[in-house]
Design a protein around this ligand. Structure first.
Ligand SMILES: NC(=O)c1ccc[n+]([C@@H]2O[C@H](COP(=O)([O-])OP(=O)(O)OC[C@H]3O[C@@H](n4cnc5c(N)ncnc54)[C@H](O)[C@@H]3O)[C@@H](O)[C@H]2O)c1
Length: 323
């Protein structure tokens, strides 16, 4: 009995693999390594390949007695998705369909799926609850909404699933062994670290004229190790017979861009060089989660705050950049 982790050599996947391993669970990783790094997961059985490769899925399921899956593998760059819709639909949607077909053919009937708060688009009110309408504003977010609906439909043919709508994953492992590589991410925290350490010019702050207390956009930053824990709890929920569902995974706290910069300066003891530029098209003003459902059904709650996120990111980035 083992859990298959697709995309397990990526950022969130590798932190989840580390937690599963710490808990002595049997884990197998499948990753194309197109955007992942093998050294992040050196201690677990690994297959390099594509989620669309049904023969490979069959081989892994048989060899390792797979009973459940955490499905991270996808492309995630919003801007790129608008320019390359075929590539995004093909990998994210087509790949997931192929994967589910192969899993069902091999008797695997439980899946935890990486969805995103991006499915809500620019929500009419915050905190966002799960019954807010899904109004994706990018091809990337559309692929997540489509996959959620696909998985909900697959309930009728035996695949139970939990779609976790992540808010903004950030931070690094407590032992500073893995973190979020800025060369593969456009997320705020790695870009703040890149600017502090002098590996880029000043950080762009996209607009300071939003209707928020300091004028900058507000997001819900969740520590990647808390997020990993949500996956483990979702596996347990499904194993105990829980019904398919989609739920938010966020802290319930909104933080502005300037607040992130302020904490990063306190933690690092250095200035974050930054410039305010014009707003970026499509950026919602404020998005943070109502985490009531995930707490009630999965028994999950964030245990780390923004300072923990920034401290872990700073420790990891300053360690690897000093090597
Ligand atoms: N990082 C975030 O803040 C965030 C927020 C919401 C949702 N998500 C979702 O969480 C998941 C993981 O995100 P991440 O930040 O760890 O991304 P990542 O790019 O670091 O990891 C994705 C991994 O999947 C692999 N992969 C992609 N397509 C594949 C395929 N067809 N077959 C096999 N492997 C494949 C890549 O090589 C990579 O290692 C993604 O589905 C992403 O859309 C991430």
């Amino acid at each position: 009995m083992a859990v298959l982790v697709t995309g397990g050599a990526g950022y969130i996947g590798s932190h989840t693999v580390a937690l599963l391993t710490q808990q002595q669970r049997d884990v197998v990783v499948l990753d194309s390594l197109e955007l992942g790094t093998k050294s992040r997961i050196d201690t677990v059985p690994f297959f390099q390949g594509n989620i669309s490769d049904e023969r490979l899925i069959e081989k892994i399921c048989k060899k390792h007695d797979i009973t459940e899956v955490i499905h991270f593998a996808a492309y995630k760059a919003v801007g790129e998705s608008m320019e390359q819709p075929l590539r995004y639909y093909n990998n994210n949607v087509g790949g997931t369909i192929d994967l589910v077909r192969a899993l069902l053919a091999n008797g695997v009937e439980r899946m935890v799926f990486s969805s995103s708060a991006a499915v809500y688009g620019n929500p009419a009110s915050v905190p966002v609850t799960e019954d807010s309408p899904l109004l994706p504003e990018s091809v990337y977010a559309e692929t997540k909404a489509v996959m959620e609906r696909f998985l909900a439909s697959c309930d009728a043919i035996g695949m139970r699933s939990v779609s976790l709508r992540y808010f903004n994953a950030a931070g690094a492992s407590a032992d500073s062994s893995i973190g979020e590589d800025w060369s593969m991410s456009q997320n705020l925290v790695p870009l703040v670290m890149k600017a502090i350490l002098g590996f880029s010019g000043p950080l762009n702050v996209f607009g300071n004229d939003y209707p928020t207390p300091d004028g900058t956009c507000i997001r819900d930053y969740i520590h990647v190790e808390d997020l990993a824990d949500a996956h483990v709890k979702a596996l347990d929920y499904l194993e105990q017979g829980g019904a398919s569902l989609a739920c938010n995974v966020g802290t319930g706290r909104g933080t502005s861009v300037l607040e992130v910069i302020d904490i990063a300066e306190q933690v690092s003891g250095r200035k974050v060089p930054h410039v305010v530029t014009s707003r970026r098209a499509g950026d919602p003003t404020s998005v943070y989660a109502d985490p009531t459902l995930v707490r009630a059904l999965l028994g999950w709650k964030a245990t780390r705050d923004l300072r923990d996120i920034i401290t872990s990111a700073w420790n990891w980035h300053s360690k690897i950049e000093n090597v």
